[in-house]
Design a protein around this ligand. Structure first.
Ligand SMILES: C[S@@+](CC[C@H](N)C(=O)[O-])C[C@H]1O[C@@H](n2cnc3c(N)ncnc32)[C@H](O)[C@@H]1O
Length: 276
């Protein structure tokens, strides 16, 4: 007799009340707003955690997550619920702007400091690092890269990517800063060790008071505010402005706006702001 396996696990439903619990949790923790249209996203991403723990409902999983000793599971859930899409040299106009308009103005002698503030799996900070290494040569520069998700940070630190991700990396950078994986890493691209060592990867939740990281010449805050409601966005930008040097630049994603949250910032061109 053929064995018919039910697909019920994949299809376990989340009730409206349970959805509201997860919506509130993600809003409180990360500032991320999940619209009701994202119900399927919760089931798609967290369904396997219910299965892993042998739980029958999202309500039970929520209780487990918010229990006293479940910080590890909470991080796993946050990792699963964040959207981490990124690629090398995304929105290339920002890299042109850095090369042509920001770097020529830097103060010689003092380290040029950059923060990639929602760096996902590392493609953004490595793109920045390649450009800075090429343009600044022996001049000092520092690069901090942070994200809320520990899973993507681990990936970022490894500097290992599928080879097809290389298509957006300019050829001269590929030659200078990337290695072609061999053996078990066949089909992969590895960022060269000395470039990897230049980036300080750390976990930072933009929805909380920021750690003291010093002042930056440039902050990339790209494609993360799309997940925030206006009030969260305002607070995040307000937290970041003191971390910019006077005259420093804040770059946001091309599809994002600051919705008038620009006190202390001057718009230079769409998605590019400068601290007064
Ligand atoms: C779509 S990716 C953008 C990556 C990169 N900046 C880019 O433009 O390609 C958004 C990232 O923001 C991170 N994120 C979401 N909420 C965050 C928060 N409250 N604090 C820090 N990072 C957050 C996610 O984990 C995710 O890696």
């Amino acid at each position: 007799m053929p064995v018919i396996t039910p697909v019920a696990d994949a299809g376990r439903q989340i009730s409206d009340a349970e959805f509201l619990q997860f919506q509130g949790l993600l809003q409180r923790l990360a500032g991320i707003h999940l619209s009701p249209a994202k119900k399927a996203l919760i089931c798609g991403r967290l369904g396997k955690r219910l299965k892993h723990h042998g739980l029958a409902s999202y309500g039970e999983y929520f209780c487990l997550l918010t229990g006293a000793h479940e910080a590890g599971e909470l991080q796993i859930a946050v990792d699963l619920l964040t959207t981490n899409e990124t690629y090398f040299f995304r929105e290339p106009k920002h890299f042109d702007f850095l090369r042509e308009r920001i770097l020529p103005l830097r103060t010689p002698g003092s380290p040029f400091r950059v923060w990639s503030a929602a760096c996902s799996s590392g493609e953004e900070p490595y793109s920045l690092a390649m450009l800075l290494a090429e343009r600044l040569g022996a001049a000092p520069w520092e690069l901090v890269a942070s994200d809320l998700s520990t899973r993507v940070l681990e990936k970022a630190r490894s500097g290992l990517y599928p080879m097809e991700r290389a298509r957006n990396i300019p050829h001269n950078y590929l030659k200078a800063y990337c290695l072609k994986g061999t053996g078990q890493h066949e089909g992969s691209l590895l960022i060269e060790r000395s470039l990897r060592a230049r980036i300080n990867f750390l976990q930072v939740n933009l929805n909380e008071p920021l750690p003291r990281l010093g002042e930056f010449d440039l902050i990339f805050l790209r494609n993360v505010m799309i997940y925030f409601e206006p009030e969260t966005k305002r607070k995040v930008v307000e937290r970041l402005i003191p971390a910019l040097k006077p005259g420093g630049h804040l770059l946001i994603g091309h599809s994002e706006t600051l919705n008038g949250v620009t006190e202390g910032l001057r718009s230079v061109s769409p998605s590019i702001y400068r601290k007064a």
